[in-house]
Design a protein around this ligand. Structure first.
Ligand code: DON
Length: 593
């Protein structure tokens, strides 16, 4: 079964490329053993049965694959990952290549100037997590976003140089490399090629770049590839020469090609021109960290998630465990009873997030208690199935104990599963492009609690646990997730969406594990979200009116939200096929073989 939801035929606009086909051919070295051909409309790389053609590509929303597949936010990046597995790489190779390609083809969230989390599972049964979350610069301080009267200075943690955390993505991909089979130079080359020779942009990208133009100009100190005099149009070619050079330094010099030498010089020079505070030492000292995966059982399934500094794994655990005692499947999908129960568990989990979660290297996170069955049972003691529990009645449990991110899901034939969520935080991050290096910096500093009780851009409040300290990692909601069924690989999923991430993953899991939906439906069905504060239920447009009315009658405030999540999911069917789905809410697309 193959469903092509939309087919984009995009014409090549860079006539200069036609003039030098041989050069193009020479430079397309990333796909070893793959046939490189040219046709009238540009270049094509054949090798997966599909063509990775940066000038013509289609968005494929859902497909069954036999051996290996990728689902992510952009068709070219999914195809790069599939091509890498076709030429002998495993799911870890694919996730590295896909991530680097996304940094080129999806500048709104794909990144090398941001950070992320990886959750992996190997055929030997090993669970792996890699934390490459950004850190506060060493000159960062608790009150750095407050004025002399102690008030938050609007936008300082969101736009421009001071919003930047020290990037983690390149350290993250190198920390992933020991699990991969191919060398970095093979995995990074597709990204280099696409940056150097360009790719045609989709309608969504054109409108994103147009909408952000003024902000790029205001928050960057040098001209950038994202800004041109005329408006971007669907089918324009985006060429990123400076980014290609940065990626080449990483290819040739390894991690030092980013954190030291010329790239580090360019980052620090950008900081100095824009009053940022990231230093050469901050870059040199950045380290990705292996953490212990957060695992728990839900019925026949083992769920594997990311521990702090992401709040995602523990919130998903709490929510799944809080519904585990109820026969939710019998209530029916999107029934008032099911939605009300899920809203109430969301409320309680997010109250704990605000008080107890932060970087575990700086704050003692009471993980054991937060995951404890009795604790979670007690959290639901005041649950009333007939009415809303006001958030004022829900505090974090007392414990005494010593809008752009992007997700990649990959499975391979050997039984590796990899789930990566990576981000610049907001769309196009801080809008600061590193002059001469061609990549966007994150605005992840806004994920810290800049002042206790003051909401960040996702409306999340926090306190001491997530206060700013030098070199500390800011709390995240990113929830890359894996599921085993009776010990065997079963599901890879995850999503962007700020604080809606854990609730979207939670609902995707409930849709798959309780409501027996296809991966495509599980991802696309309208979602809802409650995060304790504000005390309201956000719902997507096509959420059933009857359920909304019944929830309102029970005392819930409903607030419409245009989109919740952009989930990428792969599930293994009983016949062994990989049911691979990309969210309908964006340009997300699947590839595999
Ligand atoms: O780490 C976090 O929780 C946020 N920086 C994620 C931001 C995000 O998902 C934005 N995407 N829509």
């Amino acid at each position: 079964m193959k469903k092509i939801v939309s087919f984009i035929i995009i014409c090549i606009c860079q006539l200069s490329l036609f003039a030098q086909p041989q050069k193009i051919k020479q430079h397309l070295t990333g796909f070893k053993n793959l046939t490189v051909v040219k046709n009238l409309s540009g270049l094509q790389i054949i090798g997966t049965g599909k063509i990775v053609d940066p000038y013509h590509y289609s968005i494929v929303k859902s497909e069954l694959f036999n051996k290996a597949s990728v689902s992510c936010a952009h068709p070219l990046a999914s195809m790069v990952g599939a091509a890498i597995m076709k030429q002998g790489g495993n799911a870890f190779d694919a996730v590295i290549a896909t991530q680097l390609a996304l940094a080129v083809v999806y500048p709104g969230a794909g990144n090398i100037g941001g950070g992320g989390f990886l959750v992996g599972h190997t055929p030997t049964g090993k669970n792996i997590t890699i934390d490459y979350r950004e850190t506060a610069p060493s000159k960062g301080s608790r009150d750095m976003y407050l004025d002399s009267a102690g008030k938050v200075i609007p936008n300082l943690s969101v736009l421009g140089h001071l919003a930047n955390g020290v990037p983690g993505t390149i350290a993250g991909v190198f920390a992933t490399l020991p699990y991969a089979k191919l060398p970095m130079k093979t995995l990074i080359q597709p990204a280099i090629d696409i940056a150097e020779f360009g790719f045609v942009i989709t309608e969504k990208e054109a409108s994103g770049l147009n909408a952000t133009k003024e902000s790029f100009v205001k928050n960057s100190t040098k001209p950038t590839a994202f800004v041109k005099n005329s408006k971007w149009k669907t089918g324009d070619t985006l060429v990123q020469k400076e980014l290609a050079e940065t990626l080449k330094r990483v290819r040739d010099l390894g991690q030092k090609g980013f954190y030291e030498g010329k790239t580090a010089d360019l980052i620090v020079a950008e900081m100095q021109r824009g009053k940022g505070i990231i230093s050469k030492e901050d870059l040199k000292n950045y380290k990705a960290k292996a953490r212990t995966a957060l695992t728990f059982n839900y019925k026949d399934y083992s769920i594997i998630g990311m521990p702090p500094p992401s709040s995602g794994g523990i919130i998903v655990l709490q929510m799944m465990k809080m519904i585990a005692q109820k026969p939710i499947a019998s209530y029916g999908f999107q029934s008032t009873k099911a939605v009300q129960l899920m809203v109430e568990v969301e409320r309680r989990a997010y109250a704990d997030r605000a008080a107890h979660l932060g970087d575990p290297d700086f704050w003692k996170v009471p993980l054991k208690t937060l995951a404890d069955n009795t604790y979670l049972k007690n959290r639901m003691a005041n649950y009333d199935s007939t009415k809303a529990t006001p958030s004022t009645a829900i505090k974090a449990g007392i414990i005494n104990e010593s809008d752009e991110t992007t997700h990649i899901s990959v499975m391979d034939a050997a039984g590796n599963m990899v789930s990566v969520t990576t981000t610049l935080n907001g769309g196009y991050g801080s809008r600061t492009v590193v002059g001469g290096a061609g990549f966007l910096m994150n605005n992840e500093m806004d994920d810290f609690s800049v002042k206790p009780g003051v909401p960040n851009m996702y409306g999340a409040v926090g306190g001491e646990a997530n206060a700013i300290e030098p070199n500390k990692r800011m709390l995240s909601s990113m929830s890359p997730t894996l599921v085993l069924k009776k010990g065997k690989p079963y599901i890879v999923c995850g999503t962007p969406g700020g604080t809606t991430i854990p609730t979207s993953v939670f609902q995707t899991l409930v849709n798959l594990l309780e409501f027996n939906m296809s991966a495509e439906d599980a991802v696309n069905k309208p979602k809802f979200h409650h995060q304790w504060l504000p005390d309201e239920v956000a719902v997507e447009p096509s959420f059933p009116a009857k359920t909304i009315a019944e929830l309102q009658a029970m005392g819930y405030k409903i607030s419409p939200r245009t989109a919740i999540g952009r989930t990428e999911a792969i599930r293994i069917l009983p016949n062994g096929k990989l049911e691979t789905a990309a969210d309908k809410r964006g340009d997300d697309s699947v590839a595999g073989f």
